[in-house]
Ligand binder design. Structure first.
Ligand code: SAM
Length: 289
């Protein structure tokens, strides 16, 4: 079995080739190291040095290593502060603006949606807290992930109870039905969510979206070059005034991305509305709350 030190060295040396950053993997490295170990056995290779040689002589293997670096950790209502702020401030604001603009649908995108915990949490929150306030508005949530296994699990919508334990009890009772050992999301809460297998580096959904959740992926695991490039492309799909949510422990890369803080504590930003000034230069319209 590969020692921790050997695996750490291997990751530190090779993650940059995939535009991934070691710092993001430090705490979750055992997940990746176990997969590499398994691969060494499959290929009958003695150690990570031999695997490194194998990568050099078989360039397709980099895709295999890249897939090993997808971290599947998620849970319902992950980071309560984030969902509370969405519920109490962001979603009603976005809804009012959408309705004022004559729209009938609130479009949301959950990027790196793992087995569906994040988009289903949003669907549950909407139905319980906002749907009755905004009956003229429907919510639609697109959930994308690069891992086919994650997408298949998400579409099945059944979870161990441990994954749901942070969800408020009243919501859990309404939204989830027992099914043997598992708890399955009821059809009414699944209906607004569509899952799509998509690698963010290869494609981006059309949009535009009123709300984009990009948590615990881009700003944790990708290097800064990749972060900047993808962030610009992602924000192109966000409506002016729309909300952009990152993980609570994540930071945006340095630079002007046309965002202003909405809740620093919850990692929620608003896309600045730029008006075209008289002489043709764009200027920011100050946020109003
Ligand atoms: C740590 S989970 C985050 C899940 C959820 N966003 C959350 O915060 O709980 C990261 C997810 O991103 C997915 N992922 C990794 N690389 C990706 C890529 N290049 N494009 C799209 N999804 C990716 C992984 O498969 C995994 O399901």
């Amino acid at each position: 079995m590969t020692s921790d030190a050997e695996c750490v060295r291997f990751l530190q040396e090779n993650l940059p080739r995939l535009h991934l950053r070691w710092a993001g993997f430090r705490k979750v490295r055992r997940i990746v190291c176990k997969r590499i170990d398994h691969r060494l056995k499959e290929l009958s290779l003695p150690d990570t040095d031999a695997y490194r040689d194998h990568l050099e002589s078989h360039p397709d293997e980099w895709t295999v290593l890249d897939a090993f670096c997808r971290i599947p950790i998620s849970r319902f209502y992950r980071d309560r502060d984030v969902f509370q702020f969405l519920e109490q401030a962001v979603l009603s604001r976005l809804s009012e603006t959408a309705i004022a603009g004559g729209e009938a649908t609130m479009w949301c995108w959950s990027l790196g949606s793992a087995s569906g915990e994040e988009p289903y949490t949003l669907a549950i929150l909407w139905r319980h807290s906002l749907a009755s306030q905004f009956p003229m508005l429907a919510i639609r949530i697109l959930a994308t992930d690069a891992d086919p296994e994650m997408i298949a699990r998400a579409e099945r919508g059944c979870y161990p109870s441990s994954s749901l334990k942070e969800l408020p009890e009243a919501w859990r009772k309404e939204a989830v039905g027992p099914s043997g050992e598992e708890c399955c999301i009821k059809p009414a809460y699944r209906a607004p969510v569509t899952f799509l297998l998509q690698d963010i580096r290869e494609g981006i959904p059309e949009g535009p979206f009123h709300l984009i959740l990009c948590r615990n992926l881009l700003f944790t695991y990708f290097d800064e070059t990749q972060q900047r490039k993808l962030l610009r492309a992602i924000l192109d799909r966000l409506v002016p005034g729309g909300a952009f949510v990152i993980g609570r422990t994540e930071n945006l890369p340095e630079g002007d991305f046309g965002l202003e803080g909405w809740s620093n504590r919850a990692g929620i930003y608003r896309k600045i509305i730029r008006a075209v000034a008289r002489f043709g230069t764009a200027r920011a319209v100050p946020g109003d709350g």
